[in-house]
Ligand binder design. Structure first.
Ligand code: C2O
Ligand code: CU
Length: 652
């Protein structure tokens, strides 16, 4: 069973157990002894089931079960044992006829309610707080359960005390009174201490991943980490101007959408360069009131060119400009997009493609096309695209996913090779066919194939979006009728041939663990049901400190039920393993990797590009909801502040 399925099952057991215990309590109270006893047995079985799923989850990784093992399950186990011990025997006696009276001993009912509350608390603990369990959260949880039990006891006891004379009333009342006072003090004390600790504790500013903390080295400003002003020998200058403006954009469906564009088109103008060229881009903002920037996704530019508003530059307001400059050292397929209020700006159209080709291409393609997949409210931006390439021609397709969700591509009508992933060439990519490619939000894949005699179709999420025909009038043929939805997904971790990589991944200088989840956390100063990293939301997630030259390892754990396309700026990461299974194909360098529910990825990179870098989920709404942090080189500072990657401001 997958870890994600176990997680769902664990939620289900918790909720069903809660229902079971509460129903047993209510039926006991009402005097339906037989039903109550059955429910008690069922609740007990569900509780055992829950214990099993917790144990299995713990086997998948401590991060998946920590709060359950340390608190949720023990709390439930104790409450369940008390409930069975207190409520079980009298119920059994009544069912077997040994005792006929009901409703006069509320203790059993209270115990059953208590087990129900404990089960609910365990669910709430996982759902709202998660990993890592903190002392304040533990105190609040226990305090609330205690308080609920006491309130239940009070409300059940009240009618009895007020009622007709009970010979036992005297002594039992005083004992009950004492327990009530002590319990009340404990409940209020625990909850109050927990809340107090939460309010008092401030988030640590940084985490060092097992390496040295900040050294106080003389600071370098990101504003000074700018690109060179000359091309490499033999290269040329490539000057571009990109003006952000609102414009109507016609989709392939014929529908017009109100877009935010660069130069009036979406995608924006393609930026192309040959390796070694100097790329100079002047960004202007005509009328995007929220402000814009340009981020070169996957391109490891100097930090001052990285385009993160409030971190590497101020946002560019209407009427303002910003000049970007970097050398096109990396060959491959990349993209650019605004990095301010990006969860809105990118979706509305502020993106484009960046392609850098080698100076001397050993195998230039005869047809080289970019496929920047994007979804506007009105529909897909890529549909009904037609190309012609004679049979035998070499065709290269550069797939770019500019959406916030993964896309599934399938090439029908030919075998193909995946020659590059996220811009970086693969080693020995073999020919494959009838396999689909899943591309993370923000990710890219370059496919190469020899044009057959018959048409080839590229399916995007099951729809034929791009056609390449040997002749303009060639009929669709077989490519149109293939059931690409049934094709297996190509696993890049076993694709291509392995090769040694000069990176000390076994003995990293720093190791950071990022546990991705949902939970209640502060985001931009407000409490929210956030997308969290280690239980916190931006900007309260500690900065990861690194030193130039470090080998850094990330363990990225997805505890949630959503996919998180993880993206580190400024550095590609080498994929080491997924769910403990080592990557054994071509060395796989990615800038955006999909961590699906329940998955654990190990990746590593060399800290060789000083700066302060965004490290975030590229589902941009998730980033906005808290899932982003900074990777900070020791000694680097920023003069910019006030806003961040996704921005606080929503368009009004
Ligand atoms: Cu493509 Cu920080 O993003
Ligand atoms: Cu995410």
């Amino acid at each position: 069973m997958t870890t994600a399925a176990l997680t769902v099952l664990d939620h289900a057991w918790a909720l069903l157990a809660a229902v079971g215990w509460l129903a047993a309590a209510v039926t006991t109270l009402r005097g339906y002894a037989r039903v109550a006893l059955t429910l008690l047995v069922a609740a007990l079985a569900l509780t055992v089931g829950k214990a099993v799923s917790v144990a299995l989850l713990a086997g998948r990784g401590w991060w998946f079960a920590q709060e359950k093992v340390l608190l949720g399950m023990p709390l439930l186990a104790v409450a369940a044992v008390i409930a069975v011990a207190v409520a079980g025997p009298p119920l059994y006696a009544r069912v077997t006829g040994a005792s006929g009276r009901a409703g006069d001993r509320p203790t059993g009912v209270v115990a059953l309610f208590g087990a129900g509350y404990a089960a609910l608390a365990g669910f709430g603990l996982t759902y709202l707080a998660g990993y890592p369990l903190t002392l304040p959260v533990a105190l609040i949880t226990v305090g609330l359960v205690l308080a609920a039990v006491l309130l239940t006891a009070r409300s059940l006891a009240a009618p009895l005390e007020a009622g007709e004379a009970n010979p036992d009333a005297g002594p039992s009342l005083s004992r009950r009174g004492f327990l009530g006072v002590a319990g009340g003090v404990a409940a209020v004390g625990a909850t109050g201490t927990g809340v107090g600790l939460t309010l008092l504790s401030s988030a640590p500013k940084h985490t060092a991943g097992g390496g040295p903390g900040p050294s106080g080295a003389s600071p370098v400003s990101v504003a000074d980490l700018r690109g060179p002003d000359t091309p490499a020998p033999g290269g040329v200058r490539r000057a571009y101007e990109l003006t952000a403006r609102k414009a109507a954009v016609r989709l392939p469906s014929g529908q017009d959408v109100d877009a935010w564009t660069f130069e009036g088109v979406a995608p924006g103008p393609q930026i192309t360069a040959t390796q070694g060229d100097l790329v100079e881009v002047t960004l202007a903002n005509h009328d995007i009131d929220e402000g814009v920037t340009l981020h070169w996704h996957g391109y490891d530019v100097p930090c001052g060119e990285d385009g993160v508003a409030g971190l590497s530059q101020p946002k560019v307001n209407p009427g303002a400009t910003f000049d970007y400059r970097f050398r096109a050292d990396q060959v491959g397929t990349y993209w650019y997009h605004t990095h301010h209020v990006s969860h809105v700006g990118v979706r509305r159209g502020l993106y484009g493609v960046l392609v850098v080709t080698p100076r001397a291409d050993p195998q230039p393609a005869d047809l080289d096309v970019v496929v920047p997949v994007h979804t506007f409210n009105g529909g897909p931006a890529v549909a009904g695209v037609e190309h012609v390439a004679p049979a035998g021609a070499t065709v290269r397709m550069r797939l770019v996913n500019t959406d916030s969700d993964p896309r599934r591509f399938a090439l029908a009508g030919t075998g193909f090779r995946v020659v590059a992933v996220d811009g970086r060439d693969l080693q020995g990519p073999g020919e494959t066919s009838r396999t689909a490619l899943r591309v993370a939000a923000g990710g890219r894949r370059d496919l190469v194939f020899a044009m057959p005699e018959t048409p080839v179709a590229l399916f995007v999420d099951g729809v034929a979006a791009v056609w390449v025909r040997p002749r303009p009038d060639a009929p669709d043929g077989e490519a149109a009728t293939q059931d690409t939805a049934g094709w297996p997904e190509l696993d890049l971790l076993t694709y291509g041939t392995s090769a040694p990589v000069p990176l000390r991944t076994a003995t990293p200088d720093r190791h950071f663990t990022l546990v991705l989840d949902r939970g209640v956390a502060m985001v931009d100063g407000r409490p929210a049901f956030a997308q969290t990293v280690n239980g916190r939301g931006h900007p309260s997630i500690p900065d990861q400190i690194v030193t130039e030259g470090d080998v850094v390892r990330f363990t990225v754990v997805n505890r949630s039920l959503e996919t998180h396309p993880w993206h580190l700026h400024g550095h590609p990461v080498l994929i080491l393993s997924r769910d403990g299974k080592p990557a054994e194909g071509s060395p796989l360098w990615m800038d955006t990797f999909d961590v699906r529910p329940g998955e654990v990825w190990e990746v590593a990179f060399q800290a060789n590009n000083p700066g302060i870098w965004m490290n975030h989920c590229h589902n941009l709404p998730h980033a906005e909801q808290g899932m982003m942090l900074h990777l900070r080189y020791d000694g680097v500072s920023t003069p910019f502040h006030g806003s961040h990657a996704a921005g606080h401001r929503h368009p009004s």
